[in-house]
Design a protein around this ligand. Structure first.
Ligand SMILES: [Zn+2]
Length: 196
C-alpha cells in the first residue's frame, strides 16, 4: 500500500484528530527528544536559557548547549526519511532530538554563531552521539555533525554502520517503525489510528 493510501497515515495527518495518548493534535509525525546528554544528570535548576552560558564557568545545561566538566555537548537532530515520501516537497522526516559532543573549539564556534541564526559556514564536525537510542548498545556511536542556517539545529549523521538506526538514516524508516518507537516511549497510538 502506498503511504498516502494508508488510513493510519491519513488519520495521523488529520488536523482534527486529537491524540488519545497525549491530547495533542499532532497533524503528522512528531520527534522524540532527549532532555539532556545521557551522562549529564538533569541539574537541580533545570534547563537554563542559552544566554546563561557565557556568564557561568561550571557545569550547565541550556536549551541548546551543555558543558559538563571537560565535555561539551550541542543539541542536534538525527533525521530519517519516512519511507514512501520525498524526494522534494513531499519529503517527511522523523527525527530524534539528541545531544552530541563537540571539541571545545568547535563548541565555542557554534555558541558564537548561534545568535546570527547561521552556523552553516561551520563544520562538518566529528561528534559522538550521547543518547542511547532504542536497541543501541551503551557505546556512543561515531557521527558527523552538520551545522545549519535559518536557526535550524545541527544535523547529526551516524557513521557507525552497526548502529540500529544507521540503515534507516541511510535509506528510510517505515511508518510502522515510527509507530513502534512511539509505543516504546509510552505513547502507543497504534490502536487509535485504526478504530472509529
Ligand atoms: Zn499524542
Amino acid at each position: 500500500m502506498r503511504l498516502a493510501d494508508d488510513p493510519r497515515w491519513q488519520r495521523l495527518n488529520n488536523p482534527h484528530f486529537q491524540c488519545p495518548c497525549c491530547g495533542e493534535r499532532h497533524a503528522g509525525l512528531f520527534d522524540i527528544a532527549f532532555d539532556h546528554p545521557d551522562p549529564f544528570a538533569m541539574p537541580e535548576g533545570g534547563v537554563q536559557f542559552n544566554s546563561a552560558l557565557p556568564a557561568t564557568t561550571g557545569d550547565i545545561l541550556t536549551e541548546d548547549f551543555a558543558r559538563f566538566g571537560e565535555h561539551r555537548f550541542v543539541r542536534a537532530v538525527l533525521p530519517m526519511t519516512l519511507a514512501g515520501t520525498g524526494p522534494g516537497p513531499d519529503l517527511v522526516q522523523f527525527s530524534f532530538g539528541v545531544w552530541a559532543t563537540l571539541a571545545p573549539e568547535n563548541f565555542d564556534a557554534m555558541v558564537e554563531a548561534f545568535d546570527s541564526r547561521d552556523q552553516s559556514h561551520l563544520g562538518p564536525y566529528f561528534s559522538w552521539l550521547m543518547n542511547k537510542l532504542p536497541g543501541a548498545s551503551n557505546t556512543p556511536p561515531k557521527c558527523t555533525m552538520y551545522p545549519q542556517k535559518d536557526g535550524q539545529r545541527p544535523v547529526l549523521l551516524l557513521e557507525d554502520d552497526t548502529h540500529p538506526f544507521y540503515a534507516a538514516q541511510d535509506s528510510a524508516i517505515t511508518l510502522d517503525e515510527v509507530l513502534d518507537l512511539y509505543a516504546l516511549i509510552g505513547h502507543d497510538i497504534r490502536p487509535h489510528l485504526l478504530d472509529g
